[in-house]
Design a protein around this ligand. Sequence first.
Ligand code: LLP
Length: 866
Amino acid sequence: MSPASPASDRWIVLKFGGTSVSRRHRWDTIGRLSKRRAEENDARVLVVVSALSGVTNELTAIADGAADSMERVGKLEQRHREFLAELELDADAVLGERLSILRALATDPRAVERTLPWQAEVLGQGELLSSTLGAAYLRASGLDFGWMDARNWLQAAVLPNQNAWAQRLSVSCSPLASAEWGEGFRQQPARMLLTQGFIARHRDGDTAILGRGGSDTSAAYFGALLGAQRVEIWTDVPGMFSANPREVPDARLLTRLDYAEAQEIATTGAKVLHPRSIKPCRDAGVPMAILDTERPELPGTSIDGNAVTVPGVKAISRRNGIVLVSMESVGMWQQVGFLADVFERFKRHGLSVDLIGSSETNVTVSLDPSENLVTTNVLAALSADLTEICRVKVIAPCSAITLVGRGMRSLLHKLSDVWATFGRERVHMISQSSNDLNLTFVIDEVDADGLLPVLHAALIDSGAMPVEETSVFGPRWREIANGIRKRETPWWHGERARLLAMAEAGTPRYAYHLPTVRARAQALNALAPIDQRYYAIKANSHPAILQLLVEEGFGLECVSLGELQRVFEIIPELSPRRVLFTPSFAPRAEYEAAYGLGVTVTLDNVESLQRWPEVFRGRDLWLRVDLGRGDGHHEKVRTGGKDSKFGLPVAKVETFVALARGLGANVIGLHAHLGSGVETPQHWKQVCDELGGIAERIGSVEVIDIGGGLPIPYTEDDEPFDLEAWGAGLSEIKAAYPGYRLAIEPGRYLVAEAGVLLLTATQVVEKDGVRRVGLDAGMNALIRPALYDAWHDILNLSRLDDANDGVFDVVGPICESSDVLGKRRRLPDATSDGDVVLIADAGAYGFAMANAYNLRALPKEEVLDV
Ligand code: LLP
């Protein structure tokens, strides 16, 4: 390839890290991407590379004087030779000279004293090796690549206050280039060039090192010096995230940041880009991008000066190993020069201070180990010096949890849940940066475990992290990593005209789509391990739904005499053998009535057997047990464990069975239902297993009922329940307990998605910056949001095709503050009174829990079939 425009001065800098240069196919990618960038942009390309992965660690050990240095050198040589063999290159011809330099360094007389120049020389070998072999491979692949020694182009700067170590092994470079420099670069004959990250020239002519993460910084210096069109950092993650994806799988890719935010995120935790690398590009106005070598099709993170400013938290991070130094004054407080004396002592030990908190008698600072050499020796020496002027306490290890984003101060009112999360931990220090970009909490390291996912979710829920801003927030990590199974398009998209016509006849109105109920029933019917299916009619007892499910072979599970009567009123011919009665704290008369009707009665306490022996004498019954824990979408729907009123504790099973036997009653069923909206399929497998064990001990059990509780995907983020995995887990357990019939009793799963609630907008009102759309019913028609903070999608059915370009709180007409159906919902900006609004997935526990509070009428109900 010859230069498109000779001596072109348009440059693109591409940086590839350790994992991106350690495999042959990755070098093919480097070649392909470089060529494409050059052609697309009519530009020249400079590729900056790191050492092969793991090599810098080895070289660090050698530079640190490891006893087995010679052995390590031998292994490094072997590693590079093997890689050259994989690349089908002649190792001696390509790397012979470099490898002998490496060997010579190990036996160099300077190795004994480990002088700093020698250490720098050793550390720099990794990049020299990788760039040399890479250039040879790319040329052998027919690409026009030149090799450059970065030390001839990057000069280490001398900074005041830097100790000798930093001046050699953690240098900065001058981002200013002479005309001569630029000309020299332009004159390079090849269109594409390859050079090393991490190394520069010390003013004495020897090697200097840019420090950890230095390759990013090298690329940034080159980008700035060349006035490049862009610096692309190619790495093994898709970009910067709103939290560390390893800790928070729901973390969002940040697709666009400004320099200051990116700097803050990089500084406070994200490892993907070295913080030092942003300033050179920022000063020179060179845009940066972080991209994934394995997934180049992803958008990555773009960082530039033109990013639109979206206020809100963009990321949370956690830095471990933070050391707090707390200094209590002993009489010298408020004296002129006290702080100067304190900080002079930090300077003396080469320590730079990160956060500062102060009170009348105390000043506490934090030391970040990534910026400091915080050894126990250094700390002991520092403490000794500080003791001269104050009382010192070192608190370590701590974690610094930082929220980063523009306009922190204006967000404080949204952070109440975040404060609450921290409230349980001991916060040593809170610090808000003066640039209004970050808020940091320092807590003990042990307390920080598991905190980030909770915080991340709280920030989204509170609106402090505006994930609906698609210009900034991209896909979730788990979506990128695993791909997610999407919800199917809801039925009502195809029924808009009919629904609008129904709404004409008056709202609030529930509409139930029977084909959806039928489809869910058939999906459950197709599962082999389940022998008996019951529908929990408390979810929705509309006659058409009961009839449909009975036709599909379902029995019905009732919890009150009212429900039992409803069932036999609607389906008088239904065999009572297909009906369960599973009440909670019901009066004696309801049990008697249930036995009178011939249905199967479930009991969950010994007291009823003792108090009302006549009711149960000689009867069959099922026993409901509490397996000691609950689960479910909200604390209020968990029905197991000490705090729950449901179920007989396992420890009392023997007593119960003995009492029953004494009455000639027969325990033929064993039941557990530990909660509703449980997301893990393994839950029921475990329940089934435990019930199987208990059933074996009872002896008379014929049926094991593992309850309901199956979830549905209410939000776009929720994955549909994996019925197959669920069934497979149950089959496994069933094989271990073949003697029992397996029963289930779901409610929500069958009907939730089949129902929508149609409402009419009454008013649209703005107050203190919040726009609210009011509807003709709220918590009286659908109480789930008020009761459980439940999410239901909300759509403007009248303007379904309009863009959702407005943000509203959606509220009802009830005189309660909790009468809110959704906060910060996206709806068409033009939403106005008279519009028909659809609340999705309201088929379960919707009408069933509706009430006439404020004397507002109950909603109407209607069904749609085919
Ligand atoms: N079996 C028993 C004994 C139950 O108590 C329940 C629900 C079910 C089965 C059916 O659970 P499902 O499959 O629908 O999760 N109002 C709450 C749900 C309360 C569930 C009460 N018991 C909500 O709207 O989320």
